[in-house]
Design a binder for this molecule. Sequence first.
Ligand code: SF4
Ligand SMILES: [Zn+2]
Ligand SMILES: [Zn+2]
Length: 455
Amino acid sequence: MLIDTHTHLDFSQFEKDLTSVIDRASQADVRYMLNISTDPASIVKTLKLTEKYENIYAAVGLHPHEADKINDDDIQLVRVKTEHPKVKALGEVGLDFYRDYADHDNQRKLFRAMIDIASEKKLPLVIHNRAASEETLRILKEKHHDSLTGVFHCFAGDADFADEALKMGFYISFAGNLTFNKSHLAETAGHVPIERILLETDCPFLAPQSRRGKRSEPADVKIIAEFLAKIKELSPEDIARITSYNAFRLFGIGPEPEAKIVYPIRDSLYINLTNRCSSDCVFCPRSRNPVVKGHNLKLQKEPEFSDIVKAVEKYPAEYHELVFCGYGEPSMRFDLVMKTAKHFRGRFKRLRLDTNGHGNLINKRDIVPEISAVFDAVSISLNSPDPAEYQRINRPDFADKAFPALIGFIRKCAAAGLEVAVTVVGFPGADIEGSRRLAKEMGAGFRVRKYNDLG
Ligand code: SF4
Ligand SMILES: [Zn+2]
Ligand SMILES: [Zn+2]
């Protein structure tokens, strides 16, 4: 399922064939659309569209181009229309110093008025910015508070600008210009975490490269998703799922993902055995929002062997790797890990265990020989080469016994011939080089994981 988070289906370009445009969107798996209004007439038309089509939602707002024309009644209209049940955002609003259709001071005044309504009504902003990045950020920062959020639509900036937007909690939305030949945007999209990216067409504008010059339409989101998949080295299905979840989080559009015990990322299948863990890492979203790459890992009940087998068998044979992972420590259910791993040994080319390395303490015996008899690889989270720092970050149940046990576990896994990757979450201040040296000294591989980057 894909979501086009920025359409202008109320524009005259869609007058004649809107029904076929919407049909083509469904055929391309574009399940929902957020239609963005620009002026008072467009607000009225947008709301009519949402009443006619159940999968179209609305953003109401006044575009900076309108800044010289609008009056207090128009601003009041926006405020009143936010109460419509299908309104999910305030937009599009912002600054446009490129086309320069309106006086800059009037644009600033209008933008501030729109931000105030978004704050009052607790709606996310859909921000339009052209040739006005610094001013847009300045005004947003001046008005910013914890619950003010939104998206920079049709993002055309660089990584530094994206970082500023991300720091304020905003999302970044890419349109068809991401796919243009010689665009610098692929580099920006590579930099922005996938957890903060939305997709849009901005139709009828900015058709992707393969349809450049034509009228764009919501079905084109699929082309943008495929392009982004290559940049992010994820599958198009991963991109669709993650960006749809992002749209759900920001706008409340679409269903909340159901909890999974087996979940695919790229060409691996992951098993979510438990949400219990013998660590309590400071950065772990396990108790708040255990979502990984658009998969909800919050278990209502721990799965049994038969549940897992059934869930794995739903997936086609293409997945080459089976990984025991999830938000929780798999070795807390070590017998089940081994039973499941043995069961699937023949079906997958590779079996991997992702662990915090406390398995020997949890199970009160050396489990490495059992692991190495069945598994190919283990991925072990270290996070710091220093015992005191490890204690502070990982907050293990086993107090000061945890770090030496973890080091012993890593050494044993490496000595047993397992492919070992020691991982560190790259949060600010992490001693990445120290961890890398320690991993090398123990004969293990090394990988820096971005925050929230399981899989
Ligand atoms: S080891 Fe993994 S699941 Fe456990 S608290 Fe740390 S990040 Fe969360
Ligand atoms: Zn715009
Ligand atoms: Zn637009």
